[in-house]
Design a protein around this ligand. Structure first.
Ligand code: FAD
Length: 425
């Protein structure tokens, strides 16, 4: 892939909002504050709520989110690897309140698309003119024999940050030196394609410091994984033979989980681990399934210009839950989509055209605290769909110097702090 130069990237990234033209259309009745309800206060939903208020302070924005504070998956691998505490990845909603967003700490249990209202777990409902849904992922419990919600309490997935992050970190801390840690990533598509590679790396970094005789076995049901060449280069340089990676062709597909015996079964073998991180197959979050926003794939089809659902009008689905391919399911993608959709919704509510979006995504991964790698891409909207901008983006070069990787690790920390401030600050 061609590496983008910084100037071109900055120019394209700057354009990654939306450009608008303003013809007439059906908006909200004059004199009435338009109401937008947002479900989910994560990367997509919190960004959408804040930017709606920034684009048009006349919009009445209500965010429905059960948690009092948001714990990010990005940088949760640094907590699992003992480099950071949970406080580092936990963000309050006070910043959003300061922007005039009304926050309802509750769970949305249903959406009535005809009545334009959202029902809440604690009773009552909230009406909307337009609804933005960003519930993240749900798991396909039972898709792999023996792995369900109950099993995840012993074999953590840690693919939603919070108690699962703490569980996996504590299990690794309690593991004996010389023990075996098994990680099994899911099939595509799933949240954060480079996430398993980063997790393997930061657990290896932890073992190198604290349990140097420990081993890591990766059982991957795919042939290859995101940034594979760069990760493997880093593993060889930093972790010697600590990591054994098996792909689909090398009997890496787990077909059965035996949690009672801490064992994973593949077609031909069984593997016992001291700690097992099993990341199950995924789909759009439960509310998207309940509301009929997902299709047979389990994900939500949308008009890729406005992210309006192909299943129900006036409902926009963003972030991991949406089918936004070729964009990856990342926090950066979700937040970027949210800004474009907030602008589109603000325009649509005024009876104006939504405009043509552009998007960017960068995913940094830490192979070690001072060893970063990245992948970036710029996206355009053309012929009714999101397309990669030719010649943009790219991967960190292979064979880069230690100094280069140190800089990328610093960029990763800078990226985290700036996106967290942008969303929840
Ligand atoms: C280990 C790991 C590392 C990662 N690292 C990176 C990274 O470095 N960079 C990056 O860009 N991305 C990264 N990601 C991916 C990133 O976390 C997701 O892509 C991002 O969180 C998606 O945003 P979202 O808004 O779709 O979902 P989320 O951020 O998960 O937000 C969903 C929110 O919806 C709420 N919700 C769900 N259902 C309901 C309901 N019924 N009612 C009300 N609220 C509801 C949830 O409580 C949650 O707060 C990583 C992921 C993992 C697992």
């Amino acid at each position: 892939m061609k590496k983008i130069d910084r100037r071109t990237f900055t120019k394209l990234a700057g354009a990654a909002g939306v450009a608008f033209s303003l013809p007439a259309g059906a908006g909200v009745a004059l004199g009435k504050s338009p109401r937008v309800v947002v479900i989910g206060g994560g990367f997509g939903g919190a960004t959408a709520a804040k930017y709606l208020r920034r684009f048009d302070a006349g919009i009445d924005v209500t965010l429905i989110e059960p948690s009092k504070a948001f714990v990010t998956c990005p940088f949760s691998n640094t907590v699992i690897g003992g480099l950071n505490t949970m406080a580092r990845i936990t963000h309050s909603y006070d910043g959003l309140r300061a922007h005039g967003v009304t926050i309802v700490h509750d769970r949305a249990t249903g959406i009535d698309a005809a009545k334009k209202s959202v029902s809440l777990a604690n009773g009552g409902d909230v009406g909307y003119d337009r609804l933005i849904v960003s519930p993240g992922i749900g798991f396909r419990w039972g898709a792999i024999e023996g792995y369900d919600a109950a099993t995840s309490q012993t074999m953590a997935h840690a693919w939603q940050a919070g108690p699962q992050t703490v569980l996996l970190q504590q299990q690794l801390a309690a593991m004996p030196d010389g023990g075996v840690f098994i990680i099994s990533p899911p099939v595509n598509p799933f949240r954060c394609p480079p996430g398993p590679g980063e997790r393997i790396s930061l657990v290896a970094n932890y073992f190198k410091q604290h349990k140097p005789r420990a081993k890591i076995l990766v059982l991957d049901p795919k042939e290859k994984f995101s940034k594979q060449g760069l990760f493997k280069e880093g593993w060889a340089a930093l972790y010697g033979d600590m990591i054994e990676y098996r792909n689909a062709s090398n009997d890496g597909t787990v077909v059965r989980v035996d949690a009672a015996n801490m064992t994973l079964h593949t077609d031909f073998e069984q593997h016992k681990g001291d700690v097992i991180n099993f990341i199950p197959p995924q789909q759009a979050g439960e509310i998207a399934q309940l509301a009929g926003l997902a299709n047979d794939s389990g994900w939500c089809p949308v008009d890729q210009q406005t992210f309006e659902s192909s299943m129900h009008p006036n409902i926009h689905v963003i972030g991991d839950a949406s089918i936004a391919s070729p964009m990856p399911k990342s926090g950066f993608s979700a937040s970027n989509q949210a800004k474009a959709v907030a602008a589109a919704v603000a325009n649509l509510l005024k009876g104006e055209a939504p405009g043509t979006p552009k998007f960017v995504n960068t995913c940094y991964s830490l192979v070690a605290p001072d060893y970063g790698i990245s992948v970036a891409m710029v996206y355009d909207f053309a012929d009714g769909k999101i397309v990669k901008v030719k010649g943009s983006g790219g991967l960190s070069p292979s064979g880069a110097s230690a100094e280069f990787h140190k800089k990328e690790a610093n960029f990763a920390r800078g990226w985290y702090d700036s996106i967290a401030q942008d969303i929840w600050g």
